[in-house]
Design a protein around this ligand. Structure first.
Ligand code: 4AD
Ligand code: MG
Length: 484
């Protein structure tokens, strides 16, 4: 049974909350400070300190003389060993149940850990029927199996590690941009434009309006954003270097291992940039610096994935980090594919998009080093990309970064900053009225600029070697599935 909240609060609050509540002293002995498993293991509390730890039971082993318990609270991959008198055991102590343990941190006699908690009180907060719980003690499940339990899979070691890495990578990306002088922009989730022009939009209307079509809530059709780029371009007209990191939505009818209907995109836009080289330099540095930071901030989590989920990935990642990324033009890529001995389902030809099979071949051909493919045919790309004016080919200054195991990880370009060329493009596409505001950006202090977007889930797949994109996001959304 869960103890009354007031009673639990009286026993001890953590950190700042505890500090601000100490003004009204309570009778009786001071409660032991509450620490996380990570803090307990890391020697945050010196050996001999009396502490409280809360978490979920990962194993129970009751022997004649001693009771061993392992608990985890998500703060680290490692569990905290609790050593107790068997009399503290009760029948509710089972795998999966939540507990609060009070005791003294002592140096552990066991080689595997530095510290263990000698308990003098163990309280079960919430029971767990181990027979009904879908995960069993010490079992290692394939990711496909745990995916069936989106509400419980975060309690497995593997998902725990992936989600901790995700959190660290989010921080690392923010700090990369901050260190390099970028301003973070909250771009809208609801928008009236289709940045990529690919028609993969989810429309937004109040649920009450769905049954009576005609009037739009916003007076114009509104959609979930497919990219923050156009809003970032607005901001790059004032702040020079901006970035966003938010959810993006695509109604792509794809069940592939690298597509989601809702995914997170890291996007950057830089003013006063005239060459693709400068943009590629930022992409490569972002990838390498973020990855190095993640590898040093959560090495155990990365190691677990490299060991059990993707053997061989560690070496592949080292190759990616130590080599300079390669650059080939779209035209060279097509020529390479044409010469390949491999039979492709989609015959490579100039003017057609690169398919997954082509991307895979190109990365392999480049020795599994990430490769930038630049200068794509104008007709393949959205209206905003800068015209290379290289007729008869007629390409735009676009760049995609292809990486091993994943394919396209980044997409970016120089933007068309020349008013007359942009006007012609928009007129040809019948978009002049829609993008008057965008043309204004070129009328009032236009500058050469460019940027990119990186799929965050694909980034995690790439560094961790996770095969399916559905396993690197807490709650995957894809066609025919919107669980929870
Ligand atoms: O190449 P994309 O479509 O580029 C843009 O949207 C640009 N407007 C970005 C910019 O320049 N600011 O998407 C960027 C990246 C892709 O390279 C890919 O990694 C990822 O977003 N991505 C997806 N990730 C998961 N599921 C999907 N359905 C994705 N579609 C694109
Ligand atoms: Mg793309």
């Amino acid at each position: 049974m869960q103890a009354p909240l007031a009673a639990r609060a009286a026993r001890g609050l953590s950190g700042a909350l505890r500090a601000c509540c100490t003004s009204a002293p309570r009778p009786g002995p001071a409660p032991a400070p509450r620490v996380s498993v990570r803090e307990a293991l890391g020697g945050h509390s010196s050996s001999g300190a009396s502490v409280q730890v809360q978490g979920w039971v990962r194993s129970v082993r009751s022997q004649k003389e001693v009771l061993f318990l392992h608990i985890n609270d998500g703060s680290s991959l490692e569990h905290l060993q609790i050593v107790a008198d068997p009399s503290l055991d009760n029948s509710d102590l089972s795998f999966g149940s939540s507990v609060e343990v009070q005791g003294v941190l002592v140096k552990s006699p066991y080689k595997k850990q530095n510290v263990e908690l000698k308990a003098d009180r163990i309280e079960v907060i919430g029971h767990c029927d181990p027979k009904a719980f879908p995960f069993k003690y010490k079992e290692r499940y394939p990711l496909e199996y745990v995916r069936q339990y989106p509400h419980l899979r975060c309690r497995t070691n593997t998902l725990g590690s992936i989600l901790r890495v995700r959190s660290e990578a989010t921080d690392a990306i923010h700090s990369f941009f901050k260190t390099n002088g970028y301003i973070h922009i909250h771009t809208p989730v609801i928008t009236s434009n289709d940045c990529e022009g690919a028609g993969e939009l989810f429309q937004v209307e109040p649920s009450s309006k769905v049954k009576e079509p005609g009037k739009n809530f916003f007076d114009v059709p509104a959609f979930l954003t497919v990219s923050a780029q156009l809003h970032l371009e607005v901001m790059s007209g004032a702040f020079s270097q901006v970035f966003s990191f938010g959810p993006t939505f695509r109604a792509e009818n794809s069940q592939s291992r690298r597509h989601l209907a809702e995914f997170y995109m890291v996007e950057a836009e830089m003013s006063f940039v005239e060459s693709l080289q400068d943009i590629m330099q930022v992409m490569e540095t972002l990838f390498k610096v973020t990855t190095e930071t993640v590898l040093s901030s959560c090495p155990e989590d990365v190691e677990l994935l490299h060991k059990f989920v993707a053997p061989g990935q560690k070496d592949k990642l080292e190759q990616m980090l130590k080599n300079k990324f390669l650059i080939i033009s779209y035209t060279e890529a097509i020529e390479t594919l044409k010469k390949a001995s491999q039979n492709f389902t989609f015959t490579p030809q100039w003017g057609a998009d690169l398919q997954t099979e082509h991307e895979k071949y190109l990365v392999k051909y480049c020795g599994n080093i990430p490769v930038f493919v630049i200068n794509y045919p104008l007709d393949l790309k959205p209206f905003y990309m800068r015209d290379n004016e290289d007729e008869p080919q007629h390409t735009v200054a676009a760049v995609d970064l292809l990486v091993p195991g994943v394919g396209e990880l980044f997409g970016g370009s120089l933007r068309e900053e020349r008013l007359h060329l942009l006007q012609q493009r928009l007129a040809r596409l019948g978009l002049t009225d829609t993008y008057q505001w965008y043309l204004d950006l070129r009328r009032f202090g236009s500058v050469p600029h460019g940027g990119f977007g990186m799929g965050f889930e694909r980034y995690l797949q790439c560094i961790l070697g996770v095969d399916n994109i559905k396993d690197v996001i807490p709650f995957p959304r894809f066609p025919h599935s919107c669980l929870l």
